[in-house]
Ligand binder design. Structure first.
Ligand code: DGL
Length: 268
């Protein structure tokens, strides 16, 4: 018999970017409820030390656990590099490094994989290590893109300024003839049009949302996670650690056609 569990799934990110992951999950699992936490008061994580990123991530995990979630998805790639995949006090805890790496290898034709991320993500070598662990023949080329996060937060997709910056970051990576590119930061799918314009149609783009949705589906099928059996309308609640009208405006744009039931500011 299928396991049932109507508690929400917790998702956290440093800010707005994780909404790209939430959207993917909420559209793919229309009966599941979600509690999203964007740590906007402490964004960006990508320029902080491993110690600080771990401390913030652990606080976010404890906060969501207190809200009685059935699983936690660390949508933030930067946070994912600092938190092991193991369950947390019996609670399934997912990060996006293994799902993204697995998906990149499955769509890659020649195992030449590029990775984009924040400075902290690229310095951690989490993707490179995971890709090589999964396939020792993979060739990995990475690039930190610190200017992408503010461009995404500003909503400047397809802006001429963004196109130039994307070109500047990617031109060296493209010389390695990569066939697949991991968008190793939740903010980067917001800039997907600009990125795709530079990479062209022959390079597969892999983002965290699609990759983790695939993993959750697998765990629902295998019974590690119970599916919601609620007959009532599911709830999607967005919490942030700072208030910002700009965040709400951007969130509504990113989430479309998905609608959130509630936005609120919380204290961790
Ligand atoms: N959301 C973060 C990630 O996926 C990046 C944003 C930040 O630097 O806080 O890596």
């Amino acid at each position: 018999m299928t396991k049932q569990d109507s508690r929400p799934i917790g998702v956290f990110d440093s800010g707005i970017g994780g909404l790209t992951v939430l959207k993917e999950l909420a559209l793919q699992f229309p009966k599941e409820s979600f509690l999203y936490l964007g740590d906007t008061a402490r964004l960006p994580y990508g320029s902080k030390s491993a110690h600080t990123i771990r401390k913030y991530s652990e606080q976010n995990i404890h906060f969501l656990k207190r809200l009685n979630v059935k699983a936690i998805v660390i949508a933030c790639n930067t946070a994912s590099t600092q938190v092991p995949e193991a369950d947390f006090e019996g609670l399934p805890l997912y990060n996006v490094i293994s799902p993204g790496s697995e998906r990149a290898l499955s769509v890659s034709s020649g195992k030449r994989i590029g990775v984009l991320g924040t400075r902290a993500t690229i310095n951690s070598k989490a993707y490179t290590n995971k890709l090589l662990e999964l396939d020792k023949d993979a060739q990995v080329f990475d690039q930190a893109c610190p200017l992408f996060v503010p461009l995404a937060e500003e909503g400047w997709d397809s802006d001429p300024v963004t196109n130039i910056i994307v070109f500047r970051y990617l031109s060296q990576l493209l010389q390695h003839s990569i066939d697949t590119l991991i968008l190793g930061c939740t903010h980067y799918p917001i800039l997907k049009n600009s990125i795709a314009r530079v990479t062209g149609s022959t390079i597969e783009l892999v983002d965290s949302g699609e990759a983790i949705a695939h993993w959750l589906e697998r765990d629902f099928i295998q019974g590690r996670l119970g599916r919601s059996d609620s007959k009532e309308h599911r709830h999607v609640q967005i919490m942030t650690t700072d208030s910002s009208a700009h965040f709400t405006e951007m969130a509504l744009r990113i989430l479309k056609p998905l609608k959130a039931d509630e936005f609120k500011v919380v204290d961790l």
